[in-house]
Design a protein around this ligand. Structure first.
Ligand code: MF3
Ligand code: CO
Ligand code: CO
Length: 299
């Protein structure tokens, strides 16, 4: 996610990512690999593995697909993905010393670069037996991402996305992180617009076909504010209460939105969460790729 700096309007300074039609297939490939990486990690998540093990899985599968991990070396980030456990909001650094324990929630955030294009996605996974409050936070955060996605169409604004997310989560007692936002993405990892996960309807940049950006709400059980630890990366909640996040990369289409980073089980996940997706939402990754076992040969 983009770190927001005070007194600086990032969307005014950087170019918005608007794809040419011949670039859409390339963004689909990058997005599809991001979904595939998370499907792979999801199958392997269990108590006892370390976050360095997760990083190694992401590295291996990325390399097998002739792709590159955007996070590695990004402003000096030392790993292939971010692993953010419990009170960690985002940008957790994989470590051989951190083993997953039953009851943890962990967000894994991946961004493969395929032929120069970035696909950015994350999911929060439940490890072993997770208490009902934490589980509900994770489920509601997933719903909030999809409410944000459903607000995307030509003529809508980034404020509509933020409003859709905020107006769902705050009445449920959660808080929306404000230091980090979604972002334009394409050949560049982080560009305009900044996609805040709170906001007012009709405000901010208008969306138009060809724009690609991420939506990646970070939702907290307690205070919305974050601290960054001494490693310069790990963002934690100020009160050390739990935080969850889901992220997709999306493309604004003529009629609505296409989700580029869907996983193979996205439809089941949506059904389990009780979400019915409006017709203008195209779940690109799914429509494009066969079930996980066959994805390898699809691209
Ligand atoms: N993937 C993150 C995002 O959603 C960014 C990670 S940058 C890193 O924007 F350097 F921390 F890897
Ligand atoms: Co992102
Ligand atoms: Co990400």
């Amino acid at each position: 996610m983009t770190r927001r700096k005070r007194n600086r309007h990032s969307s005014g300074e950087r170019a918005v990512s608007v794809l040419q039609s011949h670039e859409i297939g390339q963004m689909r490939s990058a997005g599809r690999l991001a979904g595939e990486l998370l499907d792979h990690v999801e199958r392997e998540i269990r108590p006892g593995i370390t976050t360095a093990d997760i990083d190694a899985m992401v590295h291996k599968l990325t390399a097998e697909r002739d792709a590159v991990s955007a996070p590695l070396g990004y402003h000096g980030f030392p790993a292939h993905c971010c692993t953010s456990i419990n009170e960690v909001v985002c940008h957790g650094i994989p470590s051989p010393r951190r083993r997953l324990e039953s009851g943890d929630i962990i967000n894994v955030d991946v961004t493969p670069i395929v032929d120069g294009f970035h696909g950015d996605a994350s999911r929060t996974f439940l490890v072993g037996d997770v208490n009902p409050i934490a589980r509900r936070l994770v489920e509601d955060t997933y719903v909030s991402l999809w409410l944000g996605i459903a607000a995307v169409r030509p003529g809508a604004t980034v404020g509509d996305i933020g409003y859709a997310i905020q107006s769902f989560v705050e009445p449920r007692g959660y808080a929306v992180v404000r230091q980090f936002s979604g972002h334009g993405i394409g050949r560049i990892f982080h560009t305009a617009p900044a996609v805040m996960h709170y906001g007012r309807r009709g405000e901010g940049m208008a969306l138009r076909p060809g724009m690609t950006f991420t939506i990646e709400p970070m939702i907290n059980l307690g205070d919305w504010r974050c601290d960054v630890l001494d490693d310069g990366w790990t963002a934690v909640t100020v009160d050390r209460a739990l935080s969850a996040q889901f992220e997709h990369t999306v493309l604004v289409t003529e009629r609505g939105v296409e989700v580029l980073t869907a996983g193979a089980c996205e439809l089941e996940r949506l059904a389990a969460a009780g979400i019915s997706v409006p017709e203008m939402v195209r779940i690109g990754g799914l429509a494009m790729s066969p079930p996980p076992a066959k994805v390898a040969s699809a691209s």
